[in-house]
Ligand binder design. Structure first.
Ligand SMILES: O=C(O)CCC(=O)C(=O)O
Ligand SMILES: [Fe+2]
Length: 344
């Protein structure tokens, strides 16, 4: 793995995760859309630099997260996650790859939802500090706004006809005010001994439109590359300061009938975790609950491709809300009669 500063790409063999300068969105949206579209048809992941979110706000959010996860387990379990996907999920409670994992993910998480951002649940996460709670809301809205701009790039790259909304095609289906599965998730992979072959979070795709991810200090995320390069099964997605990593998730793959890739990824044990915790923050952007996941109007999807229905056959005829419920039911055990004791 090396960083090539001349071409702004990270390379591992022939596989690249591009770094896109998002100030292009303002100065040259067509070029920005071209780069986003290209990355999304290949690896399905790209970094954004100059994304517009203040770094001190991101740093503050990592601080809140650290303070929260340092609390005793009996405090964290006061707001347990349930089918509404809000609150605390303890170690091993989620299994992202149920077909191959023999134990749950070695992580704990705290989920905020748009609808819960002004509630006691988020206030509890922000240590009862109302100013900090407002910052969590500002952060979440900032990420949502960035995601809407990235979605404009997709609409441009997909050449959605003006009559169908053009570059604003996805605006209506990604409204802050609408009910949706959009979730801000704070993740903690505790300091631990481990085996480099054991995933801390199993291989999976994300369930929404796109995901925005911030990682801190400790790498571990790997992205499946075998689809574009058969000799490179996984490529590392390292921590690059001042960037946000974006990945295509299932809605976009279904809307484009596989033209854009919802790429599998996983978090592997990093030996640095012998002495350090790993923290990340993911913002899962979902379309409004009522949005259908059928192919969208774009000349890039031919009639044959529409008929073929490449992958995610299960998601066909579902709405975004139904699809999320279905995926969560497969990966969570919401029966917390026996709360895990926090050990591994
Ligand atoms: O922690 C990470 O770096 C990635 C987490 C992730 O992929 C997820 O929660 O869906
Ligand atoms: Fe993920």
């Amino acid at each position: 793995m090396m960083q090539d500063t001349t071409t702004n790409t990270l390379t591992s063999g022939n596989v690249t995760i591009p770094v896109i300068d998002f100030s292009l969105f303002t100065t040259n949206p067509e070029e920005c859309a071209r780069q986003v579209g290209e990355a999304s048809q290949n690896i399905g992941f790209f970094y954004l630099k100059n994304h517009g979110l203040p770094q001190d706000l991101i740093d503050k959010m990592f601080n809140v997260s650290e303070n929260f996860f340092q609390r005793p387990l009996e405090s964290k379990t006061k707001h347990m996650i349930g089918p509404d996907n809000t609150g605390y999920s303890p170690m091993k409670s989620e299994t992202l790859d149920p077909e191959t994992q023999t134990q749950g993910d070695l992580k704990e998480a705290y989920n905020a939802r748009k609808g819960s951002i002004d509630d006691d649940i988020t206030l509890f996460f922000a240590q009862g500090d109302k100013e900090l709670q407002a910052k969590v809301g500002e952060f979440f809205k900032g990420l949502h706004n960035l995601a809407r701009n990235v979605m404009q790039c997709f609409a441009i790259a997909l050449q959605v006809p003006e009559a169908a909304g053009g570059r604003h095609y996805f605006d209506g289906s990604h409204q802050w005010e609408a009910s949706s599965g959009t979730t801000l998730r704070f993740l903690h992979y505790p300091q631990q001994t481990g085996d480099p072959n054991t995933p801390l979070a199993g291989s999976h795709t994300d369930y929404g439109s796109i995901t925005l991810l911030m990682q801190k200090d400790i790498a571990g995320l790997e992205v499946q590359a075998s689809r574009i390069h058969k000799n490179v099964p996984w490529v590392a997605a390292p921590v690059i300061p001042n960037t946000i990593l974006v990945n295509i998730a299932d809605h976009l793959q279904m809307w484009t009938n596989g033209l854009l890739k919802s790429t599998k990824h996983r978090v592997m044990y990093n030996p640095q975790q012998l002495n350090h915790s790993r923290y990340s923050i993911a913002c899962f952007i979902h379309a409004n609950d009522t949005t259908k996941l059928d192919p969208i109007p774009t000349p890039l999807i031919t009639q044959e491709m529409r008929a073929e229905g490449v992958e995610f056959e299960e998601g066909r005829n579902m709405t975004a809300g139904e699809y999320l419920d279905w995926r969560l039911a497969q990966t969570y055990n919401f029966n917390f009669d026996q709360i895990p004791d926090g050990t591994m």
